[in-house]
Design a protein around this ligand. Structure first.
Ligand SMILES: N[C@@H](CCC(=O)N[C@@H](CS)C(=O)NCC(=O)O)C(=O)O
Length: 204
């Protein structure tokens, strides 16, 4: 497999899942400002949308959408616990949170808050909405250790990356102590640390 990624981008959730699942993948770094591949090449030729992540499988097929990729990888490695067994209430819970993170958080941050040309009113609306989401997660983590219950799943990998963008956009997490404690718990996982080191964001 090959993962097209950019450091700190949402592709990091897939990167973390690969490592949690113990699956081998080559990494291809993309510069999202220029949409060029490290070492040369037009990234639009890989993904006409210009987005990371793209996961390339052994057969050469290329696949997108963080929430779908996380489910695929979790299913390849059932022992990882990333995706609970098909048909269980636990799996339903994980899929629910993956969808929530994708539609209610990821796409509120991105593209709006990353683009300098976003109007102040839009920026404020996005930040207000995200503050509500952080408060909700803070309440959730007051009751459970991880998003879908007592153990780390694909939903935590996704939420971790998206919440980690908050400080980069001037949003403090100080008002959400349970959310901060969960971030610290996830950040300590060996697979998460390894992904951050490989992306050049953390020293070994
Ligand atoms: N729906 C896509 C969204 C992916 C996405 O938003 N990727 C961002 C980085 S987090 C990106 O590559 N942006 C580059 C651009 O806007 O050109 C998914 O879930 O994979």
């Amino acid at each position: 497999m090959k993962l097209y990624y950019s450091p700190s981008a949402c592709s990091q959730a897939v990167h973390i899942a690969l490592r949690e699942a113990g699956l081998d993948a080559a990494l291809a770094k993309v510069d999202l400002a220029s949409h060029r591949l490290e070492g040369g090449g037009d990234y639009f030729a890989v993904n006409p949308r210009g987005y990371v992540p793209v996961l390339e499988l052994q057969d050469g097929s290329r696949h997108t959408e963080v929430a779908a990729l996380l489910q695929y990888l979790g299913d390849l490695a059932p022992a990882s616990g990333l995706m609970p067994k098909f048909g269980t209430a636990q799996r339903f819970e994980v899929i629910k949170w993956l969808t929530f993170v994708s539609s209610e958080m990821h796409k509120v941050f991105s593209p709006w808050l990353w683009h300098k040309e976003t109007a102040d009113a839009t920026r404020k609306d996005c930040k207000d909405k995200l503050a509500l989401r952080f408060a909700e997660l803070d309440r959730v983590f007051g009751e459970r250790q991880y998003l879908a219950g007592g153990s780390f799943t694909a939903a935590d990998a996704y939420a971790f990356v998206i919440v980690s963008w908050a400080p980069m956009l001037g949003m403090s997490l100080k008002a959400y102590p349970q959310l901060q404690a969960w971030m610290a718990r996830v950040a300590q996982r060996p697979a998460v640390r390894a992904a951050l080191v490989a992306e050049g964001l953390l020293k070994d």
